[in-house]
Design a protein around this ligand. Structure first.
Ligand code: AMP
Length: 214
């Protein structure tokens, strides 16, 4: 079977994390979120965590060499042999070049959405500090436990409006060039991220199954 080395691309709040989790469970391949890994380092108070703390708070990008090092280590683990879903990496052309040198990407799903809709969506987003599950307060109301593990949901500190606008700016300047990068490699598939979660998941899974060859 072909290796499902997959990248989810798209602006903050478009649903990369949500889709990556579902799709990785479906195919039994790891979901690798550099944002989750960096937040875990920060929470554990490691030297890397301390180094990136302020950068995460501002919504700027962590230096390429630091992120590339954690991804390289993670991709070398045996559970990545059959494939993986990268969520939030690469975010710069330099990171994408490094990734291709480590492991060739097979599929890139570019989730798209209108910027203003994303600001509104992120403001309503709550996430589980334990398992990373995300949910909209619109769907369930505020102050609810995580639907997966019961832990109290929190708002990410970088989900406030000012930081979100900076994250969108950073995305447009540094990450959006990856759309052309992967299009030129003939790997890019555009997916309208404003639709229902299940519809998007269905489309991505069908495409991955077709690629892998059932
Ligand atoms: P995310 O959870 O993907 O939205 O990432 C949260 C934050 O982690 C970002 O705003 C960046 O500060 C940092 N980060 C995550 N992935 C990367 C990456 N590939 N390159 C640089 N910084 C990153």
């Amino acid at each position: 079977m072909k290796k499902l080395s997959v990248v989810f691309l798209g602006p903050p709040g478009v649903g990369k994390g949500t889709q990556s989790k579902i799709v990785s469970e479906y195919f039994g391949i790891p979901h690798i979120s550099t944002g989750d890994m960096l937040r875990a380092e920060r929470k554990a108070g490691t030297s890397l965590g301390k180094q990136v703390q302020d950068i995460l708070g501002r919504g700027d990008l962590v230096p390429d060499d630091l992120v590339v090092a954690i991804v390289e280590k993670r991709l070398a683990e045996p559970d990545c042999e059959g494939g993986y879903i990268l969520d939030g990496f690469p975010r710069t052309v330099a990171q994408a070049d490094e990734l291709e040198a480590m492991s060739a990407t097979a599929l890139v799903y570019n989730l798209t959405a209108d910027a203003e809709a994303l600001v509104a969506r992120i403001a309503k987003r709550r996430s589980c500090p334990k398992c990373g599950q995300m949910i909209s307060v619109e769907a369930v109301g505020d102050n609810v436990g995580c639907p997966r593990c019961g832990t109290d949901m929190v708002q990410r500190e970088d989900d406030c409006e000012g930081t979100v606008r900076n994250r969108l700016r950073v995305y447009n300047e540094q990450t959006a060039p990856l759309i052309a990068y992967y299009r030129e490699m003939n790997l890019l598939k555009s997916v309208d991220g404003m639709r229902n979660i299940d519809v998007i998941t269905g489309e991505v899974i069908a495409d991955m199954e077709q690629y892998r060859g059932r």
